[in-house]
Write a protein that binds this ligand. Structure first.
Ligand SMILES: Nc1ncnc2c1ncn2[C@@H]1O[C@H](COP(=O)(O)OP(=O)(O)O)[C@@H](O)[C@H]1O
Ligand SMILES: CC(=O)N[C@@H](CCC(=O)OP(=O)(O)O)C(=O)O
Length: 268
């Protein structure tokens, strides 16, 4: 049995078909994988902030988080979004338990070094896996929202990709990012090509060239960190293609696989 951390991005959350949740249950029932879900919800947070006339600012895919913004982030992620996923997993015939990084001291945060002007944005310094293991042993899928406390009890907003990478590392899991794109693309002569596989070196170059921007930045950074720390495999998949998760889990080709080695292949 292998843990499979599935990060559901806010870009697709509301559009994911019922079959997406059914496929997660199928993976669990196969006995080959134990799914653990970590989710985002960025667009829903931004939409509520806009309604409340609170300014929305991002730097390199990370939200500038004041105390006021943090209240909204926690409310949206741990409330609406988390329960949406739990509900859909039950509807698909599974068992799920929603929690945030605060519950059971699951995720411990520290401020990110480069976060001088980002406010309460954290990185994960510890993951308590005992609770996750208890849940999964009972056949329950943990659904985690990325809010965490530091040692003094201060709350932090954690990017969902960063949280997923930390959970995957702690569980020595495979990690898959579910987003709204078929994978990482590069543009040559005005034409976008989806990379079948991409290495750390190429990712750093694409970030430098501003071909990887916005929300893709924390995703690839999380992927590279977790690979360095023993996660065997990271992939980015399209949540709207309802075959991609099962194809990937069954050893087929889907999305973009991120590796530390040097081989670079593109989809034909
Ligand atoms: N090189 C790239 N390849 C694919 N997507 C990219 C790239 N650079 C930036 N992006 C953007 O990253 C987005 C995915 O990140 P994000 O919006 O944070 O998604 P999620 O909410 O699923 O985590 C895509 O919708 C796309 O607009
Ligand atoms: C620090 C930071 O940026 N946190 C994110 C948390 C949600 C998230 O990561 O949502 P996606 O997965 O949809 O991007 C935010 O406030 O938007």
């Amino acid at each position: 049995m292998t843990y499979l951390v599935i990060k559901c991005g806010g870009s697709v959350l509301e559009k994911l078909p019922e079959s997406f949740y059914e496929n997660i249950i199928k993976l669990q029932e196969s006995g080959q994988y134990q799914p653990v879900i970590v989710h985002g919800g960025g667009p829903l947070i931004s939409s509520l902030l806009n309604k409340l006339n609170i300014k929305v600012t991002f730097h390199d895919g990370l939200r500038v988080t004041t105390e006021e913004v943090l209240d909204i982030v926690e409310m949206v992620l741990s409330g609406k979004v988390n329960k949406h996923i739990v509900k859909n997993l039950y509807k698909a015939g599974g068992k799920a338990f929603g929690l945030s990084g605060v519950d059971g001291n699951l995720l411990t945060a520290a401020p990110i070094e480069e976060g001088g002007n980002l406010g309460f944005v954290g990185k994960i310094v510890d993951v308590q896996t005992d609770g996750l293991k208890l849940l999964t042993e009972q056949g329950t899928i943990p659904v985690i929202s990325p809010i965490a406390l530091d040692a003094k009890g201060q709350r932090y907003n954690i990017n969902g990709d960063t949280a997923a990478a930390a959970v995957a590392k702690a569980l020595k899991a495979r990690l898959c990012f579910i987003s709204d794109i078929p994978g990482i693309w590069v543009e040559t002569e005005g034409k976008k090509t989806v990379m079948k596989q991409i290495t750390r070196k190429k990712i750093l170059q694409l970030i430098d060239d501003k071909e990887i921007v916005g929300g893709m930045v924390p995703k690839v950074k999380g992927a590279m960190e977790s690979l360095k720390d023993g996660v065997p495999e990271v992939v980015i998949l399209n949540g709207l293609d309802d075959k991609s998760l099962l194809d990937y889990a069954n050893g087929g080709e889907a999305g973009t696989k991120i590796t530390l080695d040097e081989e670079v292949v593109t989809h034909a």
